[in-house]
Each structure stands twice: as C-alpha cells, then as structure tokens.
Design a protein around this ligand. Sequence first.
Ligand code: ZN
Length: 137
Amino acid sequence: MKSYRKEFMIHTKERYAIVRITDRVEEALRESGIREGLCLVNPMHITASVFINDDERGLHSDFLAWLEKIAPYDRNGYRHNTGEDNADAHLKRAIMGREAVVAVTDGRLDFGTWEQIFYGEFDGRRDKRVLMKIIGE
Ligand code: ZN
C-alpha cells in the first residue's frame, strides 16, 4: 500500500469564507500516483471545516447565513471568548464537520454528479493549513 501526504495553505481576506479546493486535492492525487484507495482532506485548525457539497454561490451564502443564525458572532456572549472572540467559529466548524473522505477509483476522485470539496473558513484573515492524506495502491 502506498501513502501520500501533502499540506497547502489558505489565507482568506474575510473572516468567513467558503473556498472550492477540489483542484488542489486532484493535484495531490495525481502526484501520489495512487489509482485505488481513499483520500482524506481536513483543516489543521478547529475553526475551519472541509466538506463536500454543491458549487453554487447562492447555496454558499445560504450556508453562511444559516450558520450565523445557529451560532452567531457574539464577542461577549460565549464563555470561550475570554481574550479571543472566535467561539462562534468553533461552533460553526462543529456543525460543518472536520473532514471529507473521497473514494479514489481509477486514479480519480469518485464523486457524485454535483459533489465538490470545499474549505469552510470561520475565523479567517490568517494562514491556515489543510492536510491531504491519500492511501491505496
Ligand atoms: Zn477559540
């Protein structure tokens, strides 16, 4: 079994952002040479998510508006916010999940028709790392 590990950086200008990262993952898969296996993608941070959904701008703003209703930004409204203000980002990440795992078949990410991989940023404006780990043969 082969194993391939790669990281890349993301730095969003906004505090909240949804960034399509499918191309970065496909690039890593090509570099790995792996044809059959599994590909894991996760942020190395607890205020960001990696998830799979539709590449549609309206839906992305719906996601962010929905998250803001469930876990609104509130500098003084959370017990975590002593010296920092990102409690909402931890909660948003918990809702959107930590990682995505995609099957690798015949050297390609084996997606459903509309599936794309996204990085969800909930406490941006700084460098964040994303990890890809691909195993198989
Ligand atoms: Zn925090």
